[in-house]
Ligand binder design. Structure first.
Ligand code: NAD
Length: 541
């Protein structure tokens, strides 16, 4: 109000270490125990009201699937329609609220997560998505906080971008929110993404119908709690769970549907895009379609690479969070001269890794998200066992008696187009293809052409000509490209994230580019002295 406020400068939230018995470890384990035993019920949130329903879904930790954490409400068509009405009604006030007020709510949310909610949101993510404490901390705490703080800074930069004003004229751009409401559909794998898919458009003045993943409900619940405690007014973000197809069809049938912010698998995104196309004549405006989807992310090692660096890239890049990051390395190309040494180091590392519940901090990997994922991975491993084109170099075991556990698995194939070199498996299975050293160039072509996706990729090489060469040859093979580093772990404000081809619309979450999708600028021109005579000077007296 009557000022251009200087918002707090965004800096990346420091990652806490969680050493045994540290205060942060004690706090998160206490919170884990509470959430494990307290039997949580997650209602729908519509216009700020908590709606319980007869129908309900169950929440179970993937690493302990016999235990029920509680239930969540399931919306019917009526509740989805109410959520849409609520978003449209809230838009009237929210879109006119000053940026200063909107920003303060999300900055408060960031500080709540950094402080009083840190243990709870991390514990919920450990339980709902089976993340180790480190994986929960870098996602649910740090990345989410970074999204919330950096988005304020990016929005400020957008609002400050103004046209020139010529002599006697005052021009300005007003970055209006989209006309209508936004549909946010989030995946299971990142609590930060689940929060940001709603928070980013809401910060720009939009109101939201949010459909979280069924496999992330406990942490989705904490996200809503934080937004509400931060002061988010009723109706700005409405959370509905239930049959994804019914919810989506109901949302896409609304003439006021103004855009979708989606993260999830490629097939689902394409099917939503198709429905939007089919409904295009009924919308009041062209909906914005933003989707970050699947990947088949690669690591290519050049003969000049360092064996230990490549092996570490594979172990961290392929197996952290059980390979369930969209950016996880899942196909690897090694030069024959170095393959044995690299693979030996990978094996040595994997043998030192333990797997189990995230409650035990000594575990590096835990369970995969659900039975569907477990079955998909089991089938791929069994097929590899029966194939003459593949050797199971490491792992290959699975056990779902207590949780959905898949041993980190390394397959080595002689066929660069073997199924698991092309298909997104989304789990702790990496496939390696060994190439002749002097086939580096042909291998780059192979990397580029093997998969439909183009999300992340990495080149390991100490020869700078090779690095340069790979950057050119793989220009369109990845939206996030890494040199001598694992292809995962993008940090908000540092590595804007997203891919093209089948991997999405590449609208770069965690950057200004993403926020631009949620505004529709209006240009306002005003002469300072308005002409009073139509005659130009050239017409003479
Ligand atoms: P998913 O596609 O199964 O689910 C994503 C969301 O879509 C969920 O909310 C789900 O309920 C909903 N959904 C399911 N069926 C639907 C339907 N018929 N209509 C409308 N919505 C529907 O994905 P997931 O298993 O939760 O997440 C893993 C996938 O997400 C992987 O493919 C991964 O690569 C991708 N992902 C991509 C990024 C990225 O930035 N590119 C980030 C995270 C995850």
């Amino acid at each position: 109000m009557n000022s251009y406020p200087s918002f707090p400068k965004a800096i990346n939230e420091p990652v806490k270490e969680y050493r045994p018995k540290s205060p942060e470890s004690v706090a998160v384990l206490a919170s884990y125990k509470t959430l494990y035993t307290q039997n949580t019920y997650v209602p729908l949130t519509i216009n700020g009201a908590k709606i319980t329903t007869q129908a309900k879904g169950e929440m179970r930790p993937p690493h302990d699937h016999q235990h029920c954490l509680g239930h969540y409400a399931l919306a019917g068509k009526k509740e989805v329609e109410q959520a849409i009405e609520s978003a449209l009604a809230a838009r009237i006030q929210w879109s006119r609220l000053s940026f200063e007020q909107r920003a303060t709510i999300f900055l408060r949310a960031a500080d709540l997560i950094a402080g009083p909610y840190r243990a709870k949101i991390n514990a919920a993510t450990m339980l709902a998505q089976s993340k180790t404490i480190h994986q929960a901390e870098i996602d649910a705490a740090c990345e989410f906080i970074d999204f919330l703080r950096f988005n304020v800074q990016f929005a400020e930069e957008i609002y400050a971008e103004q046209p020139n004003s010529g002599d006697g004229v005052f021009n300005r751009l007003s970055y209006r929110p989209l006309e209508g409401f936004i549909y946010a559909v989030s995946p299971f794998n990142f609590t930060a993404i689940a929060g940001n898919l709603s928070a980013a458009p809401a910060l720009m003045g939009n109101t939201i119908v949010w459909k979280p993943s069924d496999h992330q409900m406990l942490s989705a619940h904490v996200i809503m709690e934080v937004f509400e405690e931060a002061g988010l007014p009723p109706g700005v973000i409405n959370m509905v769970m239930g049959d994804p197809e019914m919810i989506t069809n109901t949302v896409l049938a609304s003439p006021d549907f103004a855009g979708i912010h989606f993260t999830g698998s490629t097939f689902i995104f394409k099917s939503i895009w198709k429905k939007i196309g089919e409904n295009i004549h009924q919308y009041k405006s062209y909906p914005r379609i933003v989707g970050e989807t699947g990947g088949k992310d690669f690591i290519v090692a050049h003969p000049s690479s360092n064996e230990a660096e490549v092996a570490t890239g594979i172990v961290r890049g392929a197996f952290e969070f059980q390979g369930q990051k969209c950016s996880a390395a899942s196909r690897v190309y090694l030069p024959k001269s170095k393959a044995d040494a690299i693979l030996a180091k990978v094996k040595e590392d994997l043998e030192s890794i333990s797997m189990g519940s995230p409650e035990d901090f000594s575990n590096f990997v835990t369970a995969v998200i659900h039975k569907g994922a477990f079955d998909r991975l089991k089938e791929a491993i069994d097929a590899a066992k029966n194939s003459t084109e593949v050797e199971i170099f490491h792992g290959g075991n699975y056990d779902d008696s207590k949780g959905y556990f898949i041993t980190p698995t390394v397959l080595v194939t002689t066929n660069p187009n073997y199924d698991t070199m092309e298909r997104e498996l989304f789990g702790p299975v990496v496939t390696v293809y060994i190439y002749e050293d002097n086939d580096f160039e042909a291998t780059l072509k192979l990397v580029d052409q093997t998969s439909d996706y183009a999300l992340t990729g990495a080149i390991f090489a100490h020869d700078r000509y090779a690095v340069e060469h790979a950057l050119v040859a793989l220009e369109n093979s990845a939206g996030n490209f890494y040199v001598n580093d694992k292809p995962t772990g993008a940090v908000v404000g540092q590595q804007p994230f997203g891919g093209a081809r089948a991997s999405g619309t590449n609208d770069k979450a965690g950057s200004k580019l993403n926020l631009l999708r949620w505004v529709s600028p209006r240009l306002i021109k005003e002469p300072l002295l308005t002409p009073k005579d139509y005659r130009y000077p050239f017409l003479g007296e």
